[in-house]
Design a protein around this ligand. Structure first.
Ligand SMILES: *[C@@H]1O[C@H](CO)[C@@H](O)[C@H](O)[C@H]1NC(C)=O
Ligand SMILES: *[C@@H]1O[C@H](CO)[C@@H](O)[C@H](O)[C@H]1NC(C)=O
Ligand SMILES: *[C@@H]1O[C@H](CO)[C@@H](O)[C@H](O)[C@H]1NC(C)=O
Ligand SMILES: *[C@@H]1O[C@H](CO)[C@@H](O)[C@H](O)[C@H]1NC(C)=O
Ligand SMILES: *[C@@H]1O[C@H](CO)[C@@H](O)[C@H](O)[C@H]1NC(C)=O
Ligand SMILES: *[C@@H]1O[C@H](CO)[C@@H](O)[C@H](O)[C@H]1NC(C)=O
Ligand SMILES: *[C@@H]1O[C@H](CO)[C@@H](O)[C@H](O)[C@H]1NC(C)=O
Ligand SMILES: *[C@@H]1O[C@H](CO)[C@@H](O)[C@H](O)[C@H]1NC(C)=O
Ligand SMILES: *[C@@H]1O[C@H](CO)[C@@H](O)[C@H](O)[C@H]1NC(C)=O
Ligand SMILES: *[C@@H]1O[C@H](CO)[C@@H](O)[C@H](O)[C@H]1NC(C)=O
Ligand SMILES: *[C@@H]1O[C@H](CO)[C@@H](O)[C@H](O)[C@H]1NC(C)=O
Ligand SMILES: *[C@@H]1O[C@H](CO)[C@@H](O)[C@H](O)[C@H]1NC(C)=O
Length: 538
């Protein structure tokens, strides 16, 4: 009953004022930007009829002291700063309303009854950093203006589903506010936050008065970014440089929401300074040129919620040569870089690599460890690019091998030949450049010697006597001399063991003839039997 009367009265009063040409504004909302005591206030309201020429006056009435604190004309603006000096006290209950004047008519908005000190509205929070990892989204947020402990509300949703929400509070002291949200699904999320001041509890008991900040803009949360799969394409040029064309895969759409960046570094250590590059999302290729020495490339992908671990790629040095000529002469006009290292197993570059921009090959040649294979590259600077002009293995002094070839083995033995095979002597045990292998074959008091190229690992021994024992000794030889023998014994087959081609042919002919005879005789007998049945029939 009471409500109906109130509604009726409202309708009547509205229609009366409307008829009179003055429409009141909304009731004002007033707040300050932080809990700081020196903060000024702001009151705002909405005009209901913006076309009319109207002036607004803001009234603040101390309802405890029953006195008018201020009435401030704001012209036709719909907001008004209230300076602390105008107010004096902010911790008492006040009535605030807006009077509107249109022509010679005035009308009042409805009143709000508030304690101004409790009206704090922070700026919307800003997400300064997001990191998504193992089902957790870690957020870093800007502090409110007063750096106070704050209450936050966060809401999140998967695409096109309902918002979920949670609240949390932060500490006074931290430099940045932070929060960890659990997001397990492999999907993109939207998130948004707002915050609210924690007010003096004795003054602001009425929780309805606490104001939320505006929501922060909706932010997309992509998936954790995975390692890019990189395909290097290496093209070797004859002028001592190599062209490197790197391309890598596009991350999934879920990972790329909000953009992806790549950090790339190419390190052709030790002669070139590392090249670093940060690339935006679209371009997933990188081209550069490097010398013939080893290059290390590392790529990190970063999206809005974190970075992938680095993807490391090694582009090995142009295959180490096993022997070559002494370096060619370099004129003094070029800037050079000499690079050298131990190459103990002939293939792998060690972790210590020496380099010098001043020394020449001659300076280092005699200084390195004796009997150990070393490798050098000589790069020169031409057209602002380093290019490799020489690369070779070298020894300061060569020695004889300290081991014979391994796994010496005899196979394919016949009455007159056999094959000897072996494993090449490891580079560390060659102690010099292997010139060739020496193979001695002794049997029946006779020894023959063969020289076999250093890159070979088997040799066919011919012209042997049947049924004879032989000893094979094999050793490597360098400039400095022969190494120790590896020895193996074997015996050739006796001649009778095999049938000659001619014998085999005769045997096959005999077998075929025998088979024919048997088949023919069986067929003849069957034919005779059938004839007998036919003649017995009526
Ligand atoms: C609150 O902060 C905003 C943005 O810094 C500013 O425009 C506004 O005038 C401030 N309001 C008050 C009441 O100080
Ligand atoms: C609005 O009112 C002011 C004075 O109150 C007057 O100077 C002005 O001409 C009026 N404007 C309109 C559009 O009526
Ligand atoms: C208000 O102004 C209107 C004209 O704008 C005039 O007709 C009317 O008499 C005035 N009323 C009073 C009470 O002054
Ligand atoms: C609006 O409020 C003021 C101040 O309380 C009062 O003087 C005036 O009569 C009110 N006007 C209306 C139309 O209610
Ligand atoms: C989530 O939002 C609803 C509706 O706005 C609200 O009633 C509820 O209190 C909120 N929950 C939390 C934990 O903030
Ligand atoms: C090496 O040759 C290629 C083409 O053969 C050329 O593009 C490149 O610029 C050359 N590099 C240098 C350092 O001269
Ligand atoms: C680099 O490689 C990609 C794919 O392997 C190819 O499409 C592109 O044309 C190459 N660019 C150059 C300059 O070789
Ligand atoms: C290098 O220079 C030296 C003297 O400067 C000369 O004797 C030698 O023949 C040159 N070698 C080559 C490969 O040009
Ligand atoms: C040994 O004999 C087999 C079969 O007769 C042949 O395939 C193989 O190549 C021979 N091995 C050598 C090292 O000649
Ligand atoms: C030793 O080898 C030579 C040449 O192959 C041969 O003529 C001679 O008969 C061999 N001596 C013996 C004892 O086999
Ligand atoms: C060894 O090198 C020679 C040329 O120097 C080549 O003809 C031969 O095929 C090589 N042998 C092997 C087993 O690589
Ligand atoms: C290896 O064997 C051959 C033939 O038996 C022999 O002449 C040579 O002295 C041996 N070498 C070593 C280092 O024992």
């Amino acid at each position: 009953m009471g409500i109906r009367v109130a509604v009726l009265l409202l309708v009547v009063s509205v229609s009366l004022t409307e008829a009179a040409g003055c429409i009141p504004t909304t009731s004002p909302w007033c707040y300050k930007n932080s809990t700081l005591p020196e903060e000024d206030f702001m009151c705002k309201w909405d005009k209901r009829n913006p076309k009319e020429n109207q002036t607004h006056t803001l009234f603040i009435w101390d309802s405890e002291k029953k006195s008018l604190i201020m009435c401030a004309n704001s012209g036709d603006h719909s907001e008004r700063y209230i300076f602390l000096e105008e107010l004096g006290i902010t911790s008492r209950n006040m009535d605030i309303w807006v009077q509107t004047q249109v022509g010679n008519l005035t009308c009042n908005s409805s009143k709000i009854s508030v304690i101004l000190e409790c009206l704090v509205k922070y700026s919307a929070p800003q997400i300064t950093r997001m990191k998504r990892s193992a089902g957790t989204l870690s957020l870093k947020l800007d502090k409110p203006k007063d750096s106070k402990s704050v209450k936050y509300e966060i809401r999140w949703r998967e695409r096109s589903s309902e918002w979920q929400n949670a609240t949390f509070e932060t500490e006074d002291s931290t430099s940045q506010d932070s929060y960890k949200l659990h997001l397990q699904k492999q999907t993109i999320y939207h998130i948004q936050l707002r915050r609210q001041a924690k007010l003096q509890p004795h003054l602001c008991k009425d929780s309805l008065q606490t104001l939320w900040s505006d929501w922060s803009p909706v932010v997309d949360v992509p998936l954790e970014i995975s390692l890019p799969l990189v395909r290097p394409l290496v093209e070797q040029w004859t002028n001592g440089t190599r062209h490197i064309n790197l391309t890598w895969d596009e991350p999934s759409a879920e990972e790329s929401v909000g953009g992806v960046w790549y950090k790339l570094s190419v390190n052709v250590w030790p002669c070139e300074k590392p090249k670093r590059k940060e690339k935006p999302t679209l371009d997933r290729t990188y081209k550069t040129s490097i010398t013939y020495s080893e290059a290390r490339i590392s790529i990190i992908a970063t999206n809005k919620v974190g970075s992938s671990p680095p993807r490391e790629i090694i582009i090995p040095a142009v295959k180490h040569l096993s022997n070559c000529d002494k370096p060619s002469n370099i004129t003094q006009d070029y800037q050079t870089c000499l690079e050298w290292y131990k190459l103990e197993n002939g293939e792998t570059r060690p972790s210590t690599v020496n380099s010098s921009g001043k020394k020449s090959f001659k300076d280092i040649e005699k200084g390195v460890e004796k009997f150990v294979r070393h490798y050098y590259f000589l790069h020169i600077m031409r057209k602002k690019h380093l290019q490799t002009v020489d690369m070779c293995p070298f020894y300061s002094e060569q020695g004889a091998p300290i081991k014979g070839p391994g796994n010496v083995n005899i196979s394919n033995v016949t009455h007159e030949s056999s094959v000897v095979s072996w494993l090449s002597i490891p580079v560390a045990e060659q102690r010099g450049f292997l010139l060739h292998y020496l193979i001695w074959i002794s049997g029946q008091g006779n020894t023959t010697l063969h020289e076999v190229q250093a890159n070979e690992t088997s040799f066919k021994i011919k012209n042997l006597h049947p049924g004879t024992s032989y000893t094979v000794s094999i050793a490597g030889e360098t400039m400095a001399g022969k190494g120790p023998n590896s020895t193996v014994n074997f015996e050739t087959h006796s001649e009778e063991m095999g049938l000659s081609r001619q014998d085999q042919t005769i045997l096959i002919v005999c077998v075929v003839a025998l088979l024919c005879t048997i088949i023919c005789s069986v067929a003849v007998r069957r034919g005779n039997r059938r004839n007998r049945y036919i003649s017995a029939a009526p």
